[in-house]
Design a protein around this ligand. Sequence first.
Ligand SMILES: *[C@@H]1O[C@H](CO)[C@@H](O)[C@H](O)[C@H]1NC(C)=O
Ligand SMILES: *[C@@H]1O[C@H](CO)[C@@H](O)[C@H](O)[C@H]1NC(C)=O
Length: 483
Amino acid sequence: MLVTSAGQWAPGNMLHLVVALLLVPALPGAARVSYEPTWESLDSRPIPDWFDEVKFGIFIHWGVFSVPSFGSEWFWWYWQGCKSDPYINFMSKNYPPDFRYEDFGPLFTAEFYNPQQWASILKESGAKYVVLTSKHHEGFTLWGSKFSWNWNSLDVGSKRDLVGELANAIRENTDLHFGLYHSLFEWFNPLFLTDKNNDFQTSYFPNSKSMPELYEIVMKYRPEILWSDGDGDAPCTYWNTTGFLAWLYNESPVKDIVVTNDRWGSGCICKHGGYYTCSDRYNPGHLLPHKWENCMTIDKRSWGYRRNALISELLTIEELIQELVETVSCGGNLLMNIGPTHDGRIPVVFEERLKQMGTWLQVNGEAIYSTKPWRAQNDSVTPGVWYTCRPQERSLYALFLNWPTNWKITLGEPRSWRGMTEVQLVGCQEKLKWLPIGEKGMIVSLPRLSPAQMAVRWGWALKITHLKEVVQAAGPQTKFDFL
Ligand SMILES: *[C@@H]1O[C@H](CO)[C@@H](O)[C@H](O)[C@H]1NC(C)=O
Ligand SMILES: *[C@@H]1O[C@H](CO)[C@@H](O)[C@H](O)[C@H]1NC(C)=O
């Protein structure tokens, strides 16, 4: 039974801390916590520290849906599930009348798939983790699963282990953490539909497909993130996800490092599991008392590659930087999605956005990576100013997304010391002039931009040191620092 509640040390809890420290040496072997298959026990597992430090990851939606690459990755469902007109028309215009979704499988050829090249593109983006769809709701596995007969990438189409090749390339060439997305349910799997007809009182599908697959990908690829999705409106008791997670946390080869999300059965999202995703494109604009992630897409309308996307439907680099800044200030991680093509290319427009993120982070990364949320997330006077901090170094960062026309920026929150507090624009050496306003707040005069700054004019960060206080926001994922 686990006794710590994920490190919420307030000064009043100091006594508990002291007691806990005294107890540890007296109980050899107690360090190995064992989790039970209950949410109470599983939810008490602290999220491994690396996840809060990395802040930025890339999501990759790739599958058979990348072949029609029309509408969205839900193509099969829109076409034959809810029979939506644009999809029916697309099929009747472009394919023979007896063409089935299964016939797209052999066309998922991946002939240009170069995992080393993907790894270097991902690394250049400044992202520190990647999450690949190992299987989406269509049920096609991107590895040679024993449990997905004739509907997997090793037997059909590319005849390659798409998951394994990326895992190896990432691990050999980068320091990114490798993660896998996995859909519990499958739209049209007959076993799932049988269970559903039985009001999920039978578990034929989880026992013969989803769960064996999950054990298989963990043992085979040792993912550091398991990004579960698609509960099919069935409860976690049907999926036996608590049983799986207890094994994952207690016994699996990734038990000490693996991070999970919150999509493990209906009613589970934003409540149970590892970090919270709450909804797609979740960006609450305020601090949450639990580690969370904003998973979102460069293409506003689709996770999978879409040949009919318009440039106006893609987020601009300014919008992407804003998303990153807001998310990190509020304690979240950003998981930004790209959709590769059926033949294995990362479309160059996505590659360009990734490179831009990377060049921006090269200059401004110190205001993002390994930072903590500050006591205020955004400024009370100037809209569009977001804060992060490094409590150990007593540094505060004020990130801003619009350059003020008078080259002066008003910050309503920092408490400065006259003659002591120092302000710099991250990426420039110069110490900036500033004036205090009232009891808290300051007006900072901005400098001429350095050449490095000129190249990434999508957002800036002021670094402010020697303040009266840099107290990070308290929360279960932010161990409290006494300053
Ligand atoms: C649930 O998973 C655990 C761990 O793998 C297993 O021991 C247990 O038998 C499973 N329960 C059911 C009902 O399948
Ligand atoms: C920013 O802060 C103010 C309070 O100072 C708050 O009312 C507002 O909702 C915050 N969020 C955004 C997105 O501006």
